[in-house]
Design a protein. Structure first.
Length: 288
């Protein structure tokens, strides 16, 4: 199901065009990555999608409604973490999340179940009654993500969610995004220059360079190298092969088809390596 439909999008800042995107569609049950170096237009794109930027050419429809016009339904179905959110320093994560749910839904969060569910998802159970001003950078980042998912929005926009985080913080955010993505009919769009993070959580990746789409890539196009022990002469019979070299076969897409082929033909698999096509393409487009 197409939830976001972008047609001929162009955003200008003075005389300079900062975003010039043709046609893009975003479908439910998918995690999208918008990648590129600083200044490539990632944050501008997210701001345009959620209606912060309304001065643009082209057409953007979210769940069938234009973003140039304010629609209460759009405000309900989009949750976002754009740049660095501000928090009331003397509030607590528990009170903050409760307030955000009430603001998004228009109803008082009388039941603590939803509040506690979000607190647990973002890993702040032990800090829920702590003053926000005492939280670490990583904890504040996770609280911002918690704010974005309040009210169960269909579309979640996350701008640089791993910025300034250490490895443990990145892994926690990765788990949160995976948890969000498991929800039915949800789109997550992550804008980041952290290609390793994007590679770990996203199904579809769009590379932006100087405000334009330089390349787009789906994980179904991933390449995998499989090394087998014996009966390598049968590898050339596999339909979805890209290349066969001795006892090594390079595949594209789902490994399950080859696993079935190997079992049927008595081929023993010794090693499976996924080629990091995303990182390779990033280096080709933007350099090391």
């Amino acid at each position: 199901m197409t939830l976001i439909d972008v047609r001929g999008l162009s955003v200008r800042s003075g005389r300079r065009t900062v975003l010039n995107i043709g046609n893009l569609e975003f479908h439910s049950k998918t995690v999208y990555g918008i990648v590129g170096p600083n200044g490539s237009g990632k944050s501008t794109f997210l701001k345009t999608l959620c209606g912060i930027i309304q001065n643009y050419e082209g057409d953007i429809r979210v769940d069938g409604l234009e973003t140039k016009k304010f629609h209460k339904r759009n405000a309900m179905i989009i949750g976002s973490l754009i740049e660095n959110p501000s928090f009331y320093p003397y509030s607590t994560p528990l009170a903050f999340i409760k307030y955000q749910i009430e603001m998004r839904t228009g109803r008082k969060a009388e039941s603590s179940a939803q509040v506690n569910e979000i607190i647990h998802m973002i890993g702040l159970d032990g800090k829920k009654d702590e003053m926000i001003r005492r939280l670490s950078t990583g904890e504040l980042k996770r609280l911002g993500i918690g704010s974005a998912i309040c009210g169960n929005p269909k579309i979640i926009l996350l701008d640089e969610p791993t910025d300034n985080l250490d490895q443990i913080g990145r892994e926690r955010v990765e788990q949160i995004v995976n948890d969000i993505a498991s929800e039915e009919d949800t789109i997550v769009i992550v804008a980041s220059h952290d290609i390793q993070f994007v590679n770990a959580v996203c199904n579809e990746i769009i590379f932006l360079k100087k405000g334009e789409v330089a390349f787009s890539y789906g994980k179904e196009n991933d390449l995998m190298e499989v090394i087998v022990d014996g009966k390598s002469e049968l590898l050339s019979n596999f339909q979805n092969k890209v290349e066969v070299e001795g006892n090594k076969i390079t595949l594209r897409g789902n490994i399950n088809d080859f696993m079935e082929f190997a079992v049927k033909n008595g081929i023993k698999i010794m090693e499976i390596n996924r080629k990091n096509v995303i990182v390779e393409n990033y280096k080709k487009i933007f350099g090391n």
